[in-house]
Design a protein around this ligand. Structure first.
Ligand code: SF4
Length: 204
């Protein structure tokens, strides 16, 4: 006859507690820091996005992350671009040709591991960036031609480490369907239930 163990399995109990806590709270999202108004861009400026930095920041826990600042490049800094093979591009400064690929790839792999441990529920990335852009980032081919076929090195590392993490670019927030799908995939329910419904054109 089977008997209940004399003591509850604490590990199982803890993981259940964590799962219940995750369901009970709104999503905790990583965000490219410049979208929250942090002065992290190459020129020391930002790209504050009102829907994210205003509306969402009052309702969700947002974790700002700037790959280029956290990798130690500082601001202001020289602009960078992806070059070479779009499948495996190099990250190179535009004026002096310094190759930052190894630095960024090493940092991004480590940061993606930390993000996994932190248990973020999703990530809003800045589109077009050679570090943060998740698709269609400009790549300068060896021929000099520029194609929009790249993925930013941080976005790539995030996708490799956490292939199921819901990710969206800020440009896609203009699409209420894409936003609703993103929030649903964070596991937090619907945008409507969370008071996060976004009507097209309602919030900048
Ligand atoms: S690396 Fe990403 S977070 Fe940092 S300034 Fe560029 S786009 Fe923004």
């Amino acid at each position: 006859m089977s008997q209940n163990p004399p003591f509850p399995d604490r590990a199982a109990e803890l993981s259940l507690e964590r799962a219940e806590a995750a369901l009970a709270r709104p999503p905790r999202l990583g965000v490219s820091a410049c979208l929250l108004g942090h002065p992290t861009r190459y020129d020391g400026g930002h790209r504050r996005h009102e829907f994210i930095a205003g509306f969402l920041a009052r309702r969700l826990e947002l974790v700002p992350i700037c790959p280029e600042m956290e990798a130690g490049l500082g601001a202001p800094r020289e602009t960078m671009q992806l070059t070479g093979d779009p499948e495996r591009p190099r990250l190179v400064t535009t004026e002096t040709g310094l190759d930052r690929t190894e630095l960024m790839e090493r940092w991004a792999r480590q940061r993606a591991r930390e993000i996994e441990a932190e248990g973020l529920d999703g990530f809003i990335l800045k589109g077009g960036s050679p570090s943060c852009g998740r698709q269609g980032v400009k790549v300068r081919l060896d021929s000099g031609e520029v194609v929009r076929e790249g993925i930013g090195l941080f976005a790539k590392a995030l996708g490799q480490r956490l292939p199921h993490l819901p990710v969206i670019e800020e440009t896609a927030l203009d699409d209420p369907g894409a936003w609703e799908e993103f929030i649903r995939r964070t596991g937090a329910g619907s945008a409507g239930n969370l008071g996060l419904k976004k009507q097209k054109g309602s919030i900048p």
